[in-house]
Design a protein around this ligand. Structure first.
Ligand code: GLC
Length: 732
């Protein structure tokens, strides 16, 4: 393939936008082939024809794995990496060079229509799971496209809205997962999001794409725009946005050529961008050919394993679950027969097969299983009749299993939800069934969390999210105990929408959305407000139980902290515990959530078995972003380290002394008295001067005087000249 220097200006410009909806531009003369890029995060969506980016047209059959909302609830990086490998293999079979995923945006509001495509409200879970998918995918010679970079946390007005977010939450919450994946897995591409950040579109944001992504994080790959995300192509080239998708039909290429010619764009900037396109094309050409054939059954089995690991057992009073195979069961709810197994939009996969829960339950049961739809997705003129039929079935059964969920029409890429409630017809059905038979299990199918008004009344609730094509059998596996559920909530389920920390600032207005909750996103916000929730972040039950011993926390030579947590399976079936480690620092100079997840580990334990979970807390992830120095600061102090089965089920704790690095603030006459007193040289000088001028240096006085800029305490009690003298001694 040619070298950049052999290309004409026009040819270089042509490389910077797609040659078609799903391919780069080929340059026959220079032996530069086109490469194919297609969605999506949980399955290959290679359009049969021209296709679209909204999932409106058909695509080739492919395995539909559980979307991120489910896979993220497994907290299982090893599993996610295997799913990534399978995705890469299927993509390679279709000669796809880059698969457009994973999506790792933070679930800032439970209303976001695309939450089904994202992992968590927490950056550590999102970063760990995103890294795993990227590693798995790229192990097969297929590139990932880490998306949507960045702060793309809603669908409302997504192509025009500015995410107005302060530096700390931007760095500590919305960029942190991207930083982790880029540094740990080097995705071949990163996808620039539709939205702007603080007024500058991501697709032309030099600070985001060049200074942070490449300069700070060492990203070596290519930045591709989201489809239609380019606003000013020339500004995009200057910002380091390499590939505009889809094709612009040559219109923006001509703009680039003109800009170079008239001197408003350095040709070197174009060369850098075009070179990265060539590098990607070259890398794609080096992949060994996948000969196949696709083992569709094996991938279906993996999809079933992943789905089983993703389900979250929220409640199981009286051990109603697992079900006995000879139990007389009534299955109720159209979702059991017609599963919702993925979300709407560009990620939509044409599955190789779909198995429903009803068939799987019937196959697993030793008895006849009665079914009643209970409601119709599109509504029914005989709603009462459907309900009566379901109630009769429940009354005649030992156990009723009711499948409820969010209809596809209410959540999808492209728009946000306006409510967290299930359709009234479903809540009405469940109330009637519970009245007829209290031994009722609720199974949920939803891409975003829903309110659970029945949480007190239903003895068992299984959060099934959207589970992919094998979700039906996986549900039966969990219901009958063939799989012991180990999913944990990667996002909080609130009691009501108004409790969400982002409520009131979502989805914004007039092309601006203010991230007013700051760093207090998700559980961080609920905990800071000490607000009750339906089920907390990290929550999930098992068919067994686990006891925690005392943790240890030891700072390692590399500065990271190793935490060990002994855990015992105290029940009588094997099970998996997701051991979570949260930290906090009471003495912090900045606002922090009561506790923040900083690591986790999975333990598979036989009955009675004890093992120690080992979790590494990265030194870099304990730091906060200090706007005074525009950089990370790790505070020294006694950090509280809590081991928990959820963010609100802390089992044991310890502390660890961590030596950070002091903030090197520039000292000047604008520095506060407190800042000058903290300075190693100026501090003692100032203290002496204050005493000399009769100030009783007591905590009360310093509490008042501390915030005064030293240049404005003139006369009470320090003369300006004296203060200036101290500052000059330090700064000269
Ligand atoms: C869509 C999505 C993005 C997808 C792309 C191509 O609008 O935002 O996730 O990869 O366009 O379909």
């Amino acid at each position: 393939m040619t070298d950049i220097n052999q290309l004409t200006l026009e040819e270089k410009a042509s490389l910077t936008s797609g040659g078609s909806f799903w391919a780069t531009t080929a340059i026959e003369r220079a032996d530069v082939p086109a490469i194919t890029v297609v969605d999506g995060p949980h399955g290959v969506r290679k359009p049969r024809g021209q296709g679209d980016h909204l999932g409106l047209t058909g695509s080739v059959p492919a395995t539909c794995f559980p979307p991120a909302v489910a896979l993220g609830s497994s907290w299982d990086a090893e599993l996610a990496e295997r799913v990534g490998r399978a995705l890469g293999m299927e993509a390679a079979l279709h000669d796809v060079a880059v698969l457009l995923g994973p999506g790792i945006n933070i679930k800032r509001s439970p209303l976001c229509g695309r939450n089904f495509e994202y992992f968590s409200e927490d950056p550590i879970v999102s970063g760990v799971m995103g890294t795993a998918i990227v590693r798995g995918l790229q192990s097969q010679g297929v590139g990932a496209s880490l998306k949507h970079f960045a702060a793309n946390n809603q669908e409302t007005d997504r192509l025009r809205v500015s995410s107005d977010v302060d530096p700390r939450p931007l760095r500590e919450i919305y960029l942190r997962a991207f930083e982790r994946v880029v540094k740990d897995a080097q995705p071949w591409t990163v996808m620039a999001a539709y939205n702007a950040i603080n007024g500058t579109f991501c697709s032309q944001n030099h600070w985001l794409l060049t200074e942070v992504l490449r300069g700070e994080w060492g990203f070596k790959g290519l930045v591709v725009s989201d489809w239609g995300a380019v606003n000013d192509r020339v500004a995009g080239v200057a910002a380091g946005m390499d590939l505009e998708m889809p094709a612009s039909g040559g219109r923006t290429n001509a703009q680039i050529v003109q800009a170079v010619r008239d001197g408003s764009l350095h040709e070197a900037a174009l060369d850098a961008v075009a070179q990265r396109v060539l590098d990607l094309v070259r890398k794609a050409g080096e992949r060994p050919r996948q000969t196949g054939p696709l083992d569709a059954d094996a991938h279906h089995a993996l999809a079933r394993e992943a789905a089983g690991r993703s389900m979250v057992l929220l409640k199981n009073d009286g051990g109603l679950l697992p079900l006995a195979k000879d139990a007389r069961i009534a299955v109720i709810g159209e979702f059991a027969r017609t599963p919702r197994y993925q979300g709407g939009g560009s990620s939509q996969v044409n599955p190789t097969r779909v198995d429903c829960a009803l068939d799987a339950i019937r196959a697993a049961s030793d008895r006849e299983v009665v079914f009643a739809p209970g409601f119709a997705f599109e509504g029914s003129s005989d709603e009462a009749g459907l309900r009566e039929e379901a109630v009769a079935a429940a009354a005649a059964a030992e156990v009723a299993v009711v499948f409820l969920g969010v209809p596809l029409s209410e959540e999808s890429e492209g728009f946000d939800r306006t409510s967290l409630d299930l359709p009234p017809v479903q809540n009405k059905l469940l109330d009637a069934v519970l009245a007829a038979n209290p031994r009722t299990v609720v199974v949920l199918s939803n891409g975003g969390v829903v309110t659970l008004p029945f949480a007190e009344d239903a003895p068992a609730i299984l959060e099934g999210w959207l589970l992919g094509q094998a979700g039906g059998p996986a549900t039966a596996d969990v219901l009958f105990g063939a799989v012991n559920p180990s999913g944990r909530l990667a996002e909080t389920i609130p009691l009501r929408l108004e409790d969400a920390p982002s409520h009131g600032n979502f989805p914004g207005e007039l092309r601006h959305v203010r991230y007013g909750e700051g760093v207090l996103v998700g559980y961080r916000g609920y905990d800071a407000a000490n607000r009750e929730v339906a089920y907390p972040f990290g929550h999930g039950l098992s068919y067994t139980a686990f006891a925690y011993g005392e943790p240890t926390a030891t700072v390692q030579d590399d500065g990271d902290t190793l935490v060990t947590v002994p855990v015992t399976n105290t029940g009588d079936v094997a099970g998996r515990e997701v051991v979570q480690v949260y930290t906090s620092l009471d003495s912090s100079v900045v606002q922090r959530a009561p506790r923040e997840l900083k690591g986790f580990a999975l333990l598979d334990l036989a009955p009675g078995e004890t093992a120690a979970a080992e979790i590494v807390l990265r030194r870099s992830e304990l730091a906060y972003w200090d706007v005074r120095v525009d950089g990370w600061v790790l505070e020294s102090g006694e950090y509280l380290v809590e081991a928990g089965a959820s963010s609100r089920d802390i089992r044991s704790s310890t502390t660890v002394r961590i030596e950070g690095h002091p903030v090197e603030l520039p000292i000047s006459m604008d520095s506060g008295v407190d800042e000058v007193l903290a300075h190693p040289v100026a501090g003692p000088l100032l203290l002496d001067a204050l005493v000399e001028h009769g100030l009783a240096v007591d905590p009360q006085a310093l509490r008042v005087l501390g915030m005064f800029p030293i240049g404005r305490v003139d006369g009470f009690p320090l003369p300006y000249e004296k203060a200036l003298n101290i500052i000059e001694k330090v700064t000269s």
